[in-house]
Design a protein around this ligand. Structure first.
Ligand SMILES: [Zn+2]
Length: 463
């Protein structure tokens, strides 16, 4: 009887699974039951900078070479003139940190509530019109409805947005319930050693514990995720780790007429080949990436909706699809990029030494140490860590996560057409978990007319 029964049990089980998956496809929505707050939605805020509009070139060149006169001008001639209330209000505590970074504290009426912090940065990377800008990079010239300028996306739109909203609220006599900080760094593009680092030091010395921090990071993506209906706002909840690893081989030098069995270059090339052939392990579903897809599930068309609503079953399949696409392989694993290979000085000399640099972006479910262990394969190849750090902790984004939910609800109430999902970024960041509970990253720029793709280009940055 065993042989006769098992096919029908298999068919019954498959049918049942299919039914469950189908029901889930049309009912699964992580936003179901989400209550939106009653907030004032206003378009009454506008920034009048039209006369003589020019972008002040607050360029950071290196950690010690920043445009100090532009930073002074930005503070004195622009910020204090355009936002007089926030600088003069008796409610607001303001100080300059590291000479040019700004720190504001707006105390709330309920001091027991843990404060949060809004971050943005004043400085920009250099820009040269000769690189092919359609309008001079510090001109704020308007072309086809876009304002062109270095910093319009990264990150002066956040500086202006945060200050403008605060100015508006202060003018109307608003006092928040929960205290908050505004931190505007002046050297973020060169690692924030004087700005962000000193702000952290200051807050720590005052024993401040932040509920969450909102910083620039992921963007509103429209037409970038294949098959998704409408734009999506991804809130960064973690960052991948990083490692730059040097592999090297040293052997006795020789003339090319007296061939050794294996050259340093050959040994090292084999090691590189093994790294590229044996990708880092598949970890899809062990980090927050599975949630990203689950949050977006209800906005996918079929068959993607069926798959993403049922990742309890399709996770292995989806991870195999994602890893085949260059852009999405990073969701699945630690990525391996061989970036420099150096060896040899003369065409008839077999070099004794060969070295290669490999850059890894480490998946949330892996550690720097685990990556280093996997890199070792041949005892003749020396493995050295040049620099690196573990993936950042994952900020919680469940129903009880105050920071994530408030940001998500704010985005959804202002822009109902957006789907909001947690996501991961891969930039270094200085704030650490001693200071804040959760770190969220979302570019403060929700106008869907924004040409988000220009964020990823070096030139023609516009808004
Ligand atoms: Zn930035």
């Amino acid at each position: 009887t065993h042989g006769r029964d098992s096919p029908s049990i298999v068919i019954f089980s498959i049918t049942l699974l299919f039914l469950v998956a189908t029901v889930r496809t049309f009912t699964f929505d992580v936003d179901a039951g989400l209550q939106l707050g009653k907030w004032e939605n206003t378009t009454a805020i506008s920034l009048n900078l039209r006369s003589g509009r020019l972008i002040i070139p607050t360029v950071s060149f290196t950690e010690i070479n920043v445009n100090r006169s532009a930073l002074r001008e930005f503070d004195g001639l622009l910020l204090r003139k355009v936002f007089p209330k926030i600088f003069s209000s008796s409610l607001v505590q303001h100080e300059l940190v590291g000479n040019y970074s700004q720190l504001f504290r707006i105390p709330g009426s309920e001091p027991d509530l843990e404060p949060y912090m809004l971050l943005a940065h004043i400085d920009v990377v250099p820009a040269d019109e000769a690189d092919g800008w359609d309008a001079p990079p510090f001109s704020a010239q308007e072309l086809n409805g876009f304002i062109y300028g270095r910093g319009t996306i990264d990150n002066k739109q956040s500086v202006m947005g945060i200050l403008q909203a605060s100015e508006y609220l202060l003018e109307r006599g608003y006092t928040p319930r929960r205290s908050f900080y505004i931190g505007l760094g002046h050297d973020e593009e060169v690692n924030g050693l004087y700005g962000a680092a000193n702000i952290v030091k200051l807050l720590k010395s005052q024993g401040v514990k932040l509920q969450y921090v909102l910083d620039e990071g992921l963007a509103v993506l429209d037409g970038i995720i294949n098959g998704l209906d409408g734009p999506a706002a991804l809130i960064g909840i973690s960052e991948k780790g990083q490692a730059t690893v040097k592999l090297s081989v040293s052997s006795a030098p020789g003339h090319s007429s007296m061939l050794p069995r294996e050259s340093s270059i050959g040994i090292l090339a084999s090691a590189v080949n093994r790294l590229e052939e044996n990708l880092m392990p598949r970890l899809f579903g062990y980090g927050p990436e599975r949630s990203t897809f689950e949050h977006l599930a209800h906005k996918f068309g079929l068959p993607l909706r069926f798959i993403t609503s049922n990742l309890w079953f399709f996770s292995p399949l989806l991870s195999r699809v994602l890893e085949r696409i260059n852009n999405t392989n990073a969701f699945v694993r630690t990525t391996t990029a061989v970036t420099m290979f150096n060896s040899g000085v003369k065409i008839n000399i077999i070099p004794s030494y060969a070295e290669v640099f490999v850059n890894f972006r480490i998946h949330s479910a892996q550690t720097l140490q685990e990556v280093l262990e996997l890199v070792k394969s041949d005892e003749r190849v020396k493995v050295e860590l040049v620099n690196g750090f573990d993936p950042l902790p994952i900020s919680s984004y469940d129903e009880q996560a105050f920071g994530f939910q408030i940001i998500k609800k704010m985005v959804q109430s202002m822009f109902p057409q957006l789907t909001v999902a947690p996501g991961k970024t891969s930039d270094a960041f200085l704030l650490n978990t001693d200071t804040c509970e959760s770190l969220f990253k979302l570019i403060n720029c929700f106008n869907t007319n924004v040409d988000v793709c220009s964020v990823f280009f070096i030139i023609n940055i516009r808004i």
